[in-house]
Design a protein around this ligand. Sequence first.
Ligand SMILES: [Zn+2]
Length: 254
Amino acid sequence: MPTYTAQALVLHRRSLGEHDRVLTLFTKEHGKISAIAKGSQRATSRLVGATEPFTHLRLLLATGRNLDIITQCEIVNAFPALRTDIERLSRAAYICDLLDVFSHDHDATSSEAVFDLTCAALLLLTQPSEWLDSIIHAYDIRLLEVLGYAPAIEYCAHCGEPLQEPPFGFSPAAGGALCKRCHHTFLDAFPLPADALTALQTLRTASPEALLHYSPPKAVLPYIERALRSFIRFRAERPLRTVEFLDSLRAAVN
Ligand SMILES: [Zn+2]
């Protein structure tokens, strides 16, 4: 059987028979693939820890007839700090969910950039931060940007003019933020306060260090959430499973 190597993040896993699992992996080299982790449901298997979602692995795989098979596996980073804190765990799960929704099997287009972006976001999630959602919202915008679906937030999504003078709007159908002239052209448009637009721009460009210290005014948080979520919902082929869970967590904390 031909073999190949890959660096991979585990997106999710499912049981296959009594002992095996099928892992959905996002690899740096080949994009999203599915592979069998033989024996990984046995308590004594070396692969037990390696099949946990968002574990970073270095793999040797054998090309199978239907699914490829993991033949060697080394854990690069298991992100233990994300597994003991429900706030961080839920956001790491969201990142994997978003990546799964927006990636296609065996499509290696931009896979290296996407892989590095995702590892960087998971690493940032392990750090103390002012506002934990800055990391996932920055990831929302930057992942869409790398994949070519970026929302327009510097220029009007409809007429292309710079967004200088409020009031602004936001429309998923238009492709992002709207200037005051185009605001009413789209039925799905809703108001976007200038502070919320500035926050979206900051999330798009801030350095990792700056993101950890960034916290926008509380009043604009619902607008950031609504803009990004509606945009992702419009673009994605299926709803994100982790969103409701994140919502209930946020409600419990506030
Ligand atoms: Zn416009």
